[in-house]
Design a protein around this ligand. Structure first.
Ligand SMILES: C[S@@+](CC[C@H](N)C(=O)[O-])C[C@H]1O[C@@H](n2cnc3c(N)ncnc32)[C@H](O)[C@@H]1O
Length: 195
């Protein structure tokens, strides 16, 4: 994968610069985020970093990982202009081979991206009492856009099964995606607290 995905996503961001524009952070992240001063978060596939920037504004130190340099450059410029450059740590990395070296994150977030094995691997990085939030697209016949790979889409109720053991589910929902998105898609979200 890696080089193909890197080229694909860099090209996509250049072709659709609206994807790089500042966007509101995830509603569920805003709703459930514990107070942040001194806390640490990991934003997996952060893109241009709408959620990383929000986390940093709330006082979190954020490791923001993505394969697309174009997106990380945008995040970094925005972090600097908002005075958040000491809070946001962009990491250019292929998540297929990303090792969670740091432990003790207060929050791990995967938004609009799905890698089931990465969820399992990164659970270790979350401390007890910390929150794991996954919010991404699911398979649905009314979706306006077909995913290039069916495996990139969640099945109905799937996130509950992924956080069955060792987690308390604080929130679960399936809903139509946000108005600012280009295509109508069904999404699924979970907020799971590690026990
Ligand atoms: C739809 S964007 C989501 C961005 C952000 N999480 C959000 O919710 O706005 C998906 C992101 O996944 C990144 N991505 C795709 N494959 C990746 C991989 N193998 N490793 C790291 N990032 C990857 C892309 O570069 C892109 O920025």
């Amino acid at each position: 994968m890696s080089e193909i995905d890197r080229a694909k996503w860099d090209k996509k961001y250049v072709a659709k610069p609206q994807l790089l524009r500042p966007r509101d952070a995830s509603a569920v992240l805003k709703q459930y985020l514990p107070r942040g001063e001194g806390k640490r978060a990991l934003d997996l596939a952060c893109g241009a970093g709408r959620n990383s920037l929000y986390l940093a504004e709330q006082g979190y130190e954020v490791d923001a990982v993505d394969i697309a340099k174009v997106a990380l450059d945008t995040l970094w410029r925005e972090a600097q202009s908002r005075g958040l450059s000491e809070k946001v740590f962009p990491l250019l990395h292929d998540l297929d081979s990303f090792e969670i070296k740091q432990k003790g994150y207060d929050l791990v977030l995967m938004s609009n991206f799905l890698d089931r094995t990465l969820i399992e691997r990164s659970k270790e990085g979350l401390k007890r009492g910390g929150l794991y939030i996954v919010e991404t697209y699911m398979a649905d016949e009314r979706n306006e856009k077909e995913s290039s790979k069916a495996s990139n889409l969640l099945e109905a109720g799937e996130l509950r099964t992924i956080f069955l053991d060792g987690y308390k589910i604080l929130h679960f929902d399936e809903y139509e995606n946000e108005d600012y998105e280009i295509y109508r898609m069904k999404k699924q979200v979970i907020v799971a607290e590690k026990l």
